[in-house]
Design a protein around this ligand. Structure first.
Ligand code: F6R
Length: 244
């Protein structure tokens, strides 16, 4: 694991955007595994800026997002599909045909999970997987459990994740209780992983994930077994990690 210490959120965002932009410049047809949430917003805004300046071209990029809430259609303001359009896709030249997210309206979960796994395989897997990290160390919506997940699956969100995500909804009752999430297999088979973390509320998750035992109770700890992981975290998120 390569640990890059960023000064603050803005520094973290620029450093991570540099890595994604280099990936796309080196391989214009890259398959990017993208994430939602507060942490990547600065990265997306930076990439939009570089796109507008002509520095990076997304026309051949494929995006396969990590997750989507069950029960929300892509027009729902709280859906991850809408989030990605509002924060990124609407401002770059990615082809709509190259954008993939789980379909939250699909009630047959076995069918939807199998379809999404096929999408990943048919595109040859993920070149660069961008990951945020939950306060309980979830990645995607792979929550703490007794074993690591394998393929795309339907998840029942933990109380901690529901509480953390309430900020995007009008009330806690509105937060969907279930989501579709890419499993650990596709994440671990990604050629490169870029995990970003910002803020003191991620410090414990970061410390346990990268400096504690590998255990499904700390989902991100599985990344210790991946051969090409870059973690970019700001000083607050690094507060509990060993210095150097
Ligand atoms: C989002 C996702 C989640 C988030 C995590 C951190 O697609 O997969 O694992 O990355 O919940 O969210 P933020 O960045 O809002 O703290």
């Amino acid at each position: 694991m390569r640990l890059i210490r960023a000064k603050d959120y803005q520094d973290m965002s620029r450093k991570a955007a540099n890595i994604i932009s280099a990936q796309v410049i080196l391989k214009p047809e890259s398959v990017l595994g993208l994430a939602t949430g507060s942490t990547p917003i600065g990265i997306y805004h930076q990439l939009i800026d570089w796109y507008k300046k002509g520095d990076v071209d997304f026309s051949r990029v494929v995006s396969i997002n990590l997750d989507e809430y069950c029960g929300l259609s892509d027009s729902n303001p709280q859906s991850y599909s809408r989030f990605m359009r509002e924060h990124f896709f609407d401002y770059i030249n990615i082809s709509p045909a190259n954008i993939f997210l789980p379909d939250g309206t699909q009630t047959d979960s076995a069918l939807e999970c199998a379809r999404y796994d096929r999408v990943i395989v048919e595109h040859g897997g993920i070149d660069l997987q961008l990951l945020g990290i939950g306060r309980n160390a979830h990645i995607g919506f792979n929550e703490p459990d007794v074993c690591f997940s394998r393929g795309t699956h339907q998840v029942t969100l933990t109380e901690s994740t529901i509480a953390a995500n309430t900020r995007f909804f009008e009330s806690v009752e509105q937060v969907p209780r279930q989501a579709y999430s890419v499993g650990m297999q596709a994440i671990m088979q990604a050629k490169k992983i870029l995990l970003i973390a910002s803020g003191a509320d991620k410090a414990e998750a970061l410390q346990k994930s990268f400096f504690g035992p590998v255990t499904p109770q700390v989902p991100a700890s599985i990344l210790q077994l991946h051969q090409d992981v870059t973690v970019i975290a700001d000083m607050d998120a690094l507060a509990l990690c060993p210095a150097e």
